[in-house]
Design a protein around this ligand. Sequence first.
Ligand SMILES: [Zn+2]
Ligand SMILES: [Zn+2]
Length: 319
Amino acid sequence: MSVLPKPIPPLYTVYILRSTVRRASLYVGSTPHPPRRLKQHNGESKGGAVRTSRSTLRPWEMVGLVSGFPGMVAALKFEWALTNSHLSLHIPSTSRINVATQKKRNGHPKRPPHSVTSILSNLHLLLRVPSFARLPIKLHFFAPDVHRAWIKWCGTSNEPLRDTINVVTDFGLAANASTEGDKEITDATSQPWGIYALSLDYAPIKDYVEKTQSAFAFEREGDCVVCGEGLNPGEGLYAACSNAGCEGVGHVSCWSEHLLGKEKNDSIIPVSGRCPKCEGQVRWGEMMMEMSLRLRGQKEISKLLKKPRKRKAAISNDT
Ligand SMILES: [Zn+2]
Ligand SMILES: [Zn+2]
């Protein structure tokens, strides 16, 4: 594998935006920071897309998003394929839901208008194509009706998704309302939910990063957990087990081969598996994020591990 120029970002998403005024108006975009991006679409800060600038369609809401992209490029490819499913080579024309019937003046097929079902059905297709199927993808739904449409679509599809694709819902207080439709205005100070509850930084892997930082700082790499060969500190690409208390480290190529197991012949990217040392579950995406931070993200690591300032009245133990 090639060394990444930047650490894998903590979050990169492809989102579905819907007008709260005219629910048939939908838009697909990508961002590392959904709350900030939504503000732009709603004109509360600079930089929104032209298509979402009509004040009659504002405010917009994010009704769902896909996270787990290893970076901007992968997210942009996914966004493009989802938006241009009528052109995308990722989707075989026979399984396209939206078939372009009109042509633009330049002769190219015109993109048919989005509907919740067309977006979700294309999403379902994209999550099954080899180039995306192995990413540590997570689907988030923030609107009950969009989630229902997803469940319905999954029920009609003959081809199931990988079971490693995580689907989570967060409807906030709307979940308690008897009917969505007359959605109550929720108190902004209440518990954050939806895009406001997403973790935008590396905090979820802080313990993991802390553990490996200490292991590598004291050159406790030891032997590769897979092949048993000694690991030379400061050399080669080494990945570490993510489980607390386990200091299993190994060659990236060995981990990859071990996690792929029987799939070795037809895939190159592992999804998840068990650590040979502690037998605990490890996820490839998470391991690569930690390794990319260790190799390329000293700045990000210092920020993450920066301890809160000690109180002034520190007791001195010197005697
Ligand atoms: Zn090895
Ligand atoms: Zn382990």
